[in-house]
Design a protein around this ligand. Structure first.
Ligand SMILES: Nc1ncnc2c1ncn2[C@@H]1O[C@H](COP(=O)(O)OP(=O)(O)OP(=O)(O)O)[C@@H](O)[C@H]1O
Length: 244
């Protein structure tokens, strides 16, 4: 089942084309990574798919229904969750931060309590429940951020460089734990990164984007091992630096 589809989508600003995608889709259960150099259009693609930005041209379909790009409803946006590099937590404790989305959706108190406890435990941050989110380490804050997104049981989880500000051991442990969580939940995930190691570890499908265009997509391992000429210009440099 296709959850999202894009056709002939273009995003332009100041007469410049930032994104130019002939066709792209996200299927139920996909773990798709998007890689490319700075300014390639990765975040723009994420924003269009998550209904955060209307494209200037083209069509967006949600579960087979064409959506009007200029009037994305809150209801539609609430089917997804987005976690960014900066965790942007509120000045309140960890429990309250993780609960906030469900409160806004007016879930009952008991259900919220049970779900928050569950997700704090999953991300091994139960001991931080009463701590103010502003006093957390980067790794702890990102765990709260991801718990806050997953508690919403999104149809698609959108991640934009969620690990890039973390030091290596912190990042490695979180990626390991997060991979297990995604395996358990089966959450459809769209993951923007410019780190090939993260992509290799977490995704099954890989999209390479450059100058706003998708230049290759396929099974992650196959794209990494056999990039086409254009994708190779980016990926092979990476592989030389980090033998993976
Ligand atoms: N609102 C905007 N107005 C004008 N240009 C923009 C706007 N948003 C993004 N851009 C430009 O669009 C291009 C693509 O940006 P985008 O953030 O999608 O790239 P990215 O691949 O996510 O980059 P990075 O890895 O640096 O985050 C860049 O050249 C950026 O400067």
């Amino acid at each position: 089942m296709k959850i999202l589809e894009l056709y002939d989508v273009k995003v332009t600003a100041n007469k410049q084309t930032l994104l130019d995608v002939a066709s792209f889709s996200i299927q139920q259960g996909d773990l798709v990574g998007v890689i490319g150099p700075n300014g390639a259009g990765k975040s723009t693609l994420l924003k269009v798919l998550a209904f955060l930005q209307a494209p200037n041209e083209g069509q967006v379909f949600y579960r087979g229904e064409k959506e009007d790009a200029n009037s994305f409803s809150l209801e539609l946006r609430r089917r997804f969750a987005v976690a960014m590099q900066q965790s942007l937590l509120f000045d309140m404790d960890v429990h309250q931060n993780v609960a906030i989305g469900l409160k806004l959706r007016k879930e009952n108190k008991k259900a919220i309590q049970e779900k928050v406890d569950h997700w704090l435990e999953k991300f091994q941050i139960g001991h931080l429940a009463k701590k103010n989110a502003r006093a957390l380490s980067g790794g702890e804050a990102q765990r709260v951020n991801l718990a806050r997104a997953l508690i919403l049981e999104p149809e698609v989880l959108f991640l934009d460089e969620p690990f890039s500000a973390l030091d290596f051991p912190t990042k490695a442990q979180l990626i390991e734990d997060f991979k297990e969580i995604l395996h358990d939940t089966g959450t459809t995930t769209f993951f923007v990164s410019h780190e090939l190691l993260e992509i290799k570890h977490l995704t099954k499908r890989l999209v390479v984007i450059m100058d706003g265009k998708i230049i290759q997509q396929g099974v992650t391992k196959e794209v990494i091992d056999q990039p086409n000429e254009a994708a190779g210009r980016f990926l092979n440099k990476w592989k030389e630096l980090y033998t993976i």
